[in-house]
Design a protein around this ligand. Structure first.
Ligand code: CA
Length: 342
């Protein structure tokens, strides 16, 4: 296959702290010989595991970019054993525009894997992660939130995998992340996901959904920051003993999305009334949302009912809803308040 056009300005094999860029040539009207410069930090000390930390896979999700920017500016090589690669704004053009997808090519990075070295800008980014960064990593944490159109209870997530041993390693890493909730997640469609690329490469992978609405809160950022340190300690990059001291009493509630009945999809466009909030417990058949025809008055709203009992884990965020939008996700509660374990 063709070489990637992306060149890092950092040396991934060098000890110390380096702050540089993944340089992707991008010729355009305002810069004939220009480039997309994706910020990257690599911190290495000696031999040990490599943890790849990513945010901004979708450009309108902010917990990852904030937590990883803070980490990149504070973590020192003397703090660690092994290597940490930090990319806070993975789809950098989308991040700069504050949008889920790239303004250059409308590319959704998390639907673009394995990517192409001779494709669009977004496909070139995917290809570089697929063929150059993934092979370096033992652990990958990709920090997501709901963006402008979804909102979530804060959870770390893994998928059910064909390799039970790999799934167990991912679950252990998810528990070390220690979000208030930990989810076995079912994807609507797993084709093209960074998640699938990492999992198929046999790595330990944890993703998150830490809030949403196109912004971040003090609470959701705190979950991300604590989770990053938990995962680094779990991987052995940070000393476990030092980290565990402040962690006693922390718990997470284990959730599961066993099948498609978790999802409630709108079959109408209009004005959305959420009748239950994130974190609420619902029974099968409970009304969780109403959609009003906002082109007229006097018509009864359409009711959307929970297709299973459980915890409201996600919701549509904007006040208007379109046919085909996910209105809510109801997840099973597997076990409440299990201790976080590094
Ligand atoms: Ca996302």
């Amino acid at each position: 296959m063709r070489e990637s056009p992306i060149r890092p300005t950092v040396d991934f094999s060098a000890d110390g702290e380096q702050h540089g860029f993944l340089k992707l040539p991008y010729s355009r009207d305002d810069s004939a010989w220009g480039a997309v410069m994706i910020p990257v930090t690599v911190i290495r000390r000696g031999e040990g595991p490599t943890v790849l930390l990513t945010g901004g896979n979708h450009g309108d999700e902010y917990e990852g970019p904030i937590a990883l920017s803070k980490l990149a500016s504070t973590l020192k090589a003397s703090d660690i054993t092994g290597r940490v690669i930090i990319v806070p704004f993975m789809n950098f053009p989308a991040f700069q525009a504050g949008t889920r997808t790239s303004p250059i090519d409308a590319g959704n990075l998390n639907r673009s894997f394995p990517g192409r070295p001779d494709g669009t800008v977004t496909e070139k980014i995917a290809d570089y992660f697929q063929r150059h960064l993934l092979p370096l990593a033992d652990y990958v944490l990709d920090i997501h939130a709901g963006g402008r159109t979804l909102d979530f209870v804060p959870f770390a997530a893994i998928h059910v995998l064909p390799d039970a041993a790999q799934q167990a390693r991912c679950e252990a890493a998810m528990r070390a992340f220690g979000a208030p909730y930990s989810m076995r997640m079912l994807e609507l469609d797993s084709v093209g996901l960074f998640d699938s690329a990492v999992e198929e490469a046999g790595k330990v992978f944890v993703s998150t959904e830490l809030g949403g609405g196109g912004s971040a809160s003090a609470a959701s950022v705190a979950v991300a920051e604590r989770g990053v340190y938990g995962l680094l300690a779990h991987a052995g990059v940070l000393a476990k003993e030092a980290f565990e001291a402040g962690e006693s009493g922390r718990t997470t509630t284990l959730l599961d999305m066993p099948d498609g009945t978790c999802y409630t999809t709108s079959e109408h466009s209009g004005l959305l009334e959420m009748c239950r909030d994130l974190g609420d417990i619902v029974k099968e058949g409970d009304v969780i949302a109403r959609v009003y025809d906002a082109t007229r008055t006097g018509a009864a709203p359409v009711e959307y009912r929970a297709r299973r009992g459980g915890l409201v884990a996600a919701r549509h965020f904007p006040g208007l809803v379109q046919t085909g939008d996910t209105v809510a996700v109801v997840a099973d509660i597997v076990e409440r308040n299990i201790p976080v374990a590094i």
